[in-house]
Ligand binder design. Structure first.
Ligand code: ZN
Length: 343
């Protein structure tokens, strides 16, 4: 559907507009206790006990990274890794205010040093390394420190043979760090290789919103990928795409439920069941102690063994399965008679 003539706003103009608009409603933060969907109101204590999920309608409120660690981990907590890392400002970037000022403000308002917290913890008695993003720190944007902490978490998990749990919530790359922020996409993707080599699993949880360079890099590379209900998971938000393409998108575009239908996530999991679900998966994939980096988990060995047995059985059978295998080969077209020997 064409909507020619509609105004298109770009980032800084849009920011100025929003900053100057009077009486606009305050953004819902992790502390706000009123549900934006059904208007139910909860005390701070109720919110914490309900894991910041509205019991009336199931709306998932944002969670800070440290509270997420407490939700996932055992009582007794978690050991935070590299909390001392802070962003520098190599580009001396200024938009509406200097980048250094933005970092100081974010640190004051969130009590966090950066948009990601890494820690060692136990999820339902399964030891793991977790890298959890926090949208309240500059929109969970990925700069050099987020990339560095994520890469260290991967190395740490690989060295210790512990699974990695990633909780993503991000607007994408941090524009104040320019190309350096974009380079973190490559850095984080390469860091995940260490885990593939060490044969330890990566469980990714996509919280609202997971967009931009974070979705286009490590957040989409989990061995198991869960999403929270209603989370926006897309490279660009629907508004930006609608304004650029002048097409009307489906109402649930990019939402967790739509991404499940698209095969981008393995399951949409309610936050109140998340720790249990992750714990169970880690238990299935866990290896006996002392075998870190040497052999695959028993479940994986069993699956690989099964695949080999099926392959062997198929090869042992005459013509028909060979035709099937030829058809499955890359480059062969489905429906054509590809069973014949090429000339
Ligand atoms: Zn509600």
């Amino acid at each position: 559907m064409s909507r020619v003539g509609r105004n298109i706003h770009v980032s800084v103009d849009r920011l100025r507009q929003l900053a100057n608009r009077e009486g606009r409603p305050r953004r819902i933060t992790a502390d706000a206790g009123t549900c934006p969907k059904c208007d139910s109101h909860y005390s701070a204590d109720e919110m914490r006990r309900n894991l910041r999920v509205c019991p009336a309608c199931g709306h998932h409120f944002p969670v800070t990274a440290r509270e997420r660690m407490e939700q996932l981990g055992e009582p007794g907590g978690y050991v935070e890794l590299w909390p001392e890392l802070r962003a520098s400002d190599p580009l001396q970037f200024t938009d509406l205010k200097p980048y250094t000022e933005r970092i100081v403000d974010a640190e004051k308002s969130t009590g966090m040093g950066e948009a990601i917290v890494c820690a060692e913890l136990q999820v339902r008695h399964q030891p793991a390394v977790a890298a959890v993003m926090d949208f309240s720190f500059m929109g969970g944007s990925m700069g050099a420190v987020v990339g560095e902490k994520f890469a260290r978490a991967c190395d740490h998990a690989a060295q210790k043979g512990l699974p990695l749990i990633v909780v993503a919530a991000s607007g994408g790359a941090r524009m104040q760090e320019g190309t350096l922020a974009l380079m973190q996409m490559a850095k984080t993707v390469i860091a995940l290789d260490a885990l593939a080599e060490a044969r330890v699993p990566v469980v990714v949880v996509l919280a609202h919103p997971t967009t931009g360079g974070v979705w286009a890099s490590f957040a989409s590379l989990g061995d198991v990928t869960y999403a929270e209900p209603g989370a926006l998971i897309a490279f660009s938000g629907p508004r930006v795409i609608e304004e650029t393409t002048r097409e009307v998108l489906p109402e649930d575009f990019g939402r967790a439920e739509a991404q499940l239908r698209n095969g981008q996530v393995d399951a949409v999991v309610d936050r109140r069941e998340l720790a249990e679900r992750i714990g169970r998966v880690l238990h299935i994939l866990a290896r006996p102690p002392g075998t870190a980096g040497s052999t695959a988990a028993p479940a994986l060995q069993w699956a690989q063994g099964g695949a080999q047995r099926v392959g062997g059985a198929v090869q042992a059978l005459p013509t028909l399965p060979r035709k099937m295998m030829d058809r499955m080969r890359p480059g062969s077209t489905d429906g054509e008679d590809s069973g014949e020997t090429p000339a």
